[in-house]
Design a binder for this molecule. Structure first.
Ligand SMILES: [Mn+2]
Length: 381
């Protein structure tokens, strides 16, 4: 038996408001589908955040349909769960993935299904507040195991787990009880080396593209898993996606700005063919204002109009100085400490941090506004 495990495809994400970035997410998904068709795999599993939004546009729904049609034509079934991005709201609406069911998408959000002697259990994303109410997911998984017969047992999850999310209430070794063969998990965007936990092969493929640039993600690469199963031997192999957008990351210091510019110009020469890179420029400014830096780059001809690049993301912060000229460190931990004191309640504090961390993954306030409008039940504490 052979299958591919893909996750967090975030179809419909319009990063930086660019059409090209929206197409990128579709491109890499199609690259994985190409692989699945070429290898004639038995099926595909997807562990959530198929769409970036619970209200994908008509255009994005159509793109999702195209992908499913390709798999259907090749007789390859796909099993999917809803992630936090595409689960829909419990109260007002259903998961947008239900729209794709008539095209062959098997949604496994809450239960077990049997497919040719194999058992697939799936659980859509449950928020922190939801997890507190049900006290973890262990009981649900016990029920799933009771429903599963003898055969290969797959579990699909989209959840935060310790140790990847240190604040999480879910601990892998505690929650992922023995009895499953393969546990595929989505949500964490950095791919992980497969591990064996309670006798199950646990796999995190990460996202297929960058939703927010992260150096660790770059190190690990973007891709999906190709899984070969022979009896009880499970061999997951990470497949790198070639059509992903290249990202170049630089740390900027005011003193060496000309050197960074020189380096960028040199690095851009490597990308004459293929997709144009996105540049992430991170730095703390003491003397210059962010607009000075932006102006400097424009003058040097480093812009999407004049250079071989798609977009520059200026991620610049200013270091604050108090009235005596003393630098006040504005680290995130400091802010968190103050916030904790202000809120008082530990659980509300952790929900606020969770919410803010999630919102930080957006690139502009307009995207945040759009997301909140589309997901009115997002803040549930
Ligand atoms: Mn995701």
């Amino acid at each position: 038996m052979r299958f591919i495990h893909i996750s967090d495809t975030h179809l419909g994400y319009h990063q930086y408001g660019l059409k090209e970035r929206s197409e990128d997410f579709f491109d890499v998904f199609n690259e994985a589908v190409d692989f699945a068709i070429e290898k004639k795999v038995d099926f595909v599993i997807h562990t959530g955040d198929f769409f970036h939004s619970s209200r994908p546009s008509n255009h994005v729904i159509l793109q999702g349909m195209e992908i499913l049609e390709r798999l259907r034509d090749a007789n390859i079934p796909i099993f999917v769960i809803s992630g936090n991005h595409d689960r829909g709201s419990q109260v007002r609406d259903i998961s947008p993935l239900k729209i794709l069911q008539p095209l062959g998408l098997n949604l496994v959000d809450s239960g077990v299904l049997e497919y040719e002697g194999l058992f697939i259990g799936g659980l859509k994303y449950i928020s922190k507040a939801g997890l507190r109410q049900i006290e973890g997911i262990k009981k649900i998984l016990e029920k799933y195991l009771e429903e599963m017969g003898n055969g290969f047992r797959i579990l699909l999850l989209h959840q935060e787990f310790q140790p990847y999310f240190p604040d999480s209430s879910l601990n892998m070794t505690v929650e992922l009880i023995e009895g499953f063969d393969y546990i595929g998990i989505g949500h964490y965007h950095i791919a992980q080396t497969p591990a064996v936990i309670n006798k199950a092969t646990v796999v995190y493929p990460g996202s297929t593209e960058f939703t927010a640039y992260n150096e660790k993600e770059e190190e690990r690469g973007k891709g999906f898993y190709y899984v070969q199963v022979d009896g009880k031997t499970i061999k997951p192999e990470f497949i790198h996606l070639k059509r992903r957008r290249p990202f170049l990351y630089y740390t900027l210091s005011e003193e060496e700005i000309d050197q960074t510019v020189k380096q960028i110009k040199q690095d851009l020469e490597r990308f004459e063919e293929g997709k144009k890179p996105v540049i992430i420029l991170k730095g703390t400014l003491k003397k210059l204002a962010p607009s000075d830096v932006i102006g400097y780059f424009k003058n040097e001809g480093i812009s999407s109009e004049e250079s071989n690049l798609l977009h520059i993301n200026f991620n610049l912060t200013r270091e604050f100085v108090d009235t005596d000229g003393v630098i006040i460190e504005t680290t995130e931990e400091n802010i968190k400490e103050e916030l904790k004191k202000l809120i008082g309640d530990e659980q509300i504090f952790s929900s606020v941090v969770e919410t803010l961390t999630f919102l930080k993954s957006f690139d502009s306030i307009d995207e945040v506004k759009k997301y909140l409008k589309e997901n009115p039940d997002f803040i549930d504490f």
